[in-house]
Design a binder for this molecule. Structure first.
Ligand SMILES: NC(=O)c1ccc[n+]([C@@H]2O[C@H](COP(=O)([O-])OP(=O)(O)OC[C@H]3O[C@@H](n4cnc5c(N)ncnc54)[C@H](OP(=O)(O)O)[C@@H]3O)[C@@H](O)[C@H]2O)c1
Length: 236
């Protein structure tokens, strides 16, 4: 059986954790579950016990060059020549739920930009050699419907929306430069996680199931697009 190797950032909770969980349901998947503090990632440790040899917990702070470099060394030693089939840039923050342009806190915008845009850019650059030598060669940038200008998302969530729109452009540019790889921006839906907040209606398992369905059906011609977890293509 040929293995599919996945790397997920921010996998100690929320969508990242659920993604790791659902992937382990299929015996062909091997998951490199990365997070900032493995020693505190108890849910990941339990998952690793339930799937011996198929879930590897790796320390990775997407904001930190040295941490990303060390994680690449560790990941390389685990995957060898197989590379990484699916790089899931999932880690993000949202500190400014109610922000509007006229009053948004620029320090929040800076912090969110650093994690939500520079993080995926840094991780992509560092992991590109491993992704490029894999079978599937796929990069998924976890975006949000709030990053879609064409969806008329209104005045609120300004700082976070700006970062997700920038992430969408990063996805487009990555695709434009490397047509030999597959890149998508993904909207997982509004899900019940810390980031999704108390008004979210969908269980995290529902959104993640949709996300994995979309990824599982990707073709080369889907690269450079922005998908919802239901498989629709969002306008940029
Ligand atoms: N939930 C939703 O409704 C929703 C909707 C649209 C899009 N999304 C997107 O889906 C993705 C996951 O969101 P979520 O709802 O699962 O959020 P979450 O529950 O708040 O989890 C965020 C994850 O990101 C990690 N993280 C934050 N900064 C990091 C850094 N510098 N390095 C490494 N990891 C870092 C967190 O780790 P720590 O525990 O160490 O902080 C945590 O594991 C995000 O990209 C988000 O924008 C979510």
């Amino acid at each position: 059986m040929s293995k599919h190797i996945w790397l997920i950032t921010g996998s100690n909770r929320g969508i990242g954790l659920e993604t790791a969980k659902q992937l382990l349901d299929s015996p062909e998947n091997v998951v490199l579950a990365t997070c900032r503090k493995p020693s505190q990632a108890t849910a990941l440790a339990q998952l690793a016990e339930s799937a011996p040899g198929r879930l590897h917990v790796i320390e990775l702070d997407t904001n930190d060059d040295a941490s990303v470099r060390q994680s690449v060394e560790q990941a390389s030693s685990i995957v060898g020549d197989s590379g990484i089939d699916y790089l899931i840039n999932n880690a993000a923050i949202n500190e400014g739920m109610g922000t509007v342009s006229s009053t948004m806190d620029l320090d929040i915008l800076t912090r969110e930009f650093r994690v939500n845009v520079l993080g995926p850019a840094r991780v992509y650059q560092a992991y590109l050699p491993l992704v490029a030598k894999s079978q599937k060669k796929t990069v998924v940038n976890m975006s949000s419907r709030l990053g879609s200008i064409g969806n008329n998302c209104g005045t609120l969530y300004t700082t976070y929306s700006i970062t997700k729109t920038a992430l969408n452009m990063l996805t487009y540019k990555e695709h434009a430069e490397r047509p030999d790889l597959v890149f998508i921006a993904m909207d997982p839906g509004h899900l019940k996680t810390e980031l999704g907040g108390p008004t979210a209606v969908l269980e995290v398992s529902v959104g993640v199931k949709g996300v994995l369905n979309v990824i599982g059906r990707l073709q080369a011609e889907d690269s450079g697009k922005f998908f919802s977890f239901r498989g629709e293509v969002h306008p940029w």
